[in-house]
Design a protein around this ligand. Structure first.
Ligand code: ZN
Length: 249
């Protein structure tokens, strides 16, 4: 399994795109989060990696939470799949139920224009197929096995485990340092973990207390611009990097 790291920045980045990634599935591309400037982000990731990346190939979105650095590109992806793609398609939007309940509060004012017959307005389901995912559930996403667990953040946020053919990736989403969550993530072969200095994020010093063999399987994302951290054993991800997931067995 390969993961294209499309963005590595935090909420205040002036250098990078928001923390996010892409995985190929049997249905197209699976996006892990969807920050703003998504078209430019995908173009740049394609140039760096050599992957063919087109926003209209995104068939599934795993949305960890509603902060803008993870969700501001949804409007563009929704419009692109409706107006630029032939035939139009509604990407499946996988998120915690309480996230799906509120996502239209964010998107609606920009997307509920009268695109149907007179007097009717669009809804979330006109652009996306809402797919609530509950912790403990295992979901097939185009041949990928996906499950989630809640992190601890300033609003509902999910961490992910994604498995294919015996190789597994864990993705923390935004969260405080939570030992039980780390244990759950550590069952995967590679763990992408957020690392920040702000309230409701995970501090580097906490991750540095973990066993060394686990630190060697953790890749850092969401670091503040210019963060001065060692390059090992916790290795920061690069924007445009293709992360190859190999089984530990
Ligand atoms: Zn956040």
């Amino acid at each position: 399994m390969e993961v294209l790291i499309t963005g590595i920045g935090d909420a205040f980045t002036a250098r990078y795109f928001g923390s996010s990634g892409l995985i190929r599935s049997d249905r197209g591309l699976v996006a892990i989060d969807c920050p703003g400037a998504v078209m430019a982000m995908y173009r740049q990731a394609a140039e760096v990696s050599g992957w063919a990346v087109d926003a209209t190939d995104v068939a599934d979105i795993l949305l960890t939470h509603l902060h803008g650095d993870h969700s501001d590109g949804l409007e563009t992806l929704g419009f692109a799949n409706r107006y630029l793609r032939q035939p139009p398609r509604r990407p499946r939007l996988h998120a915690l139920p309480e996230v799906l309940d509120r996502v239209w509060e964010k998107l609606g004012p920009a997307m509920d224009g009268a695109t149907k017959s007179a007097g009717e307005t669009s809804t979330l389901s006109d652009y996306f197929e809402p797919c609530p995912i509950e912790p403990g559930e295992i979901r097939d996403v185009g041949g990928l096995s996906v499950q989630c667990r809640r992190g601890v953040h300033s609003l509902p946020c999910m961490a992910l485990r994604i498995e294919r053919e015996g190789c597994s990736l864990a993705w923390s989403g935004d969260t405080e340092f939570v030992p039980e969550l780390i244990d759950w993530l550590a069952e995967a072969d590679v763990v992408v973990h957020e690392c920040g200095e702000q309230f409701k994020h995970t501090r580097y010093a906490d991750l540095a207390t973990l066993p060394l063999d686990l630190q060697g399987r953790i890749r850092l994302i969401h670091l503040p611009d210019g963060a001065d951290v060692p390059l090992a054993p916790l290795r920061p991800l690069l924007q445009g990097e293709v992360l190859e997931i190999q089984s530990r067995d």
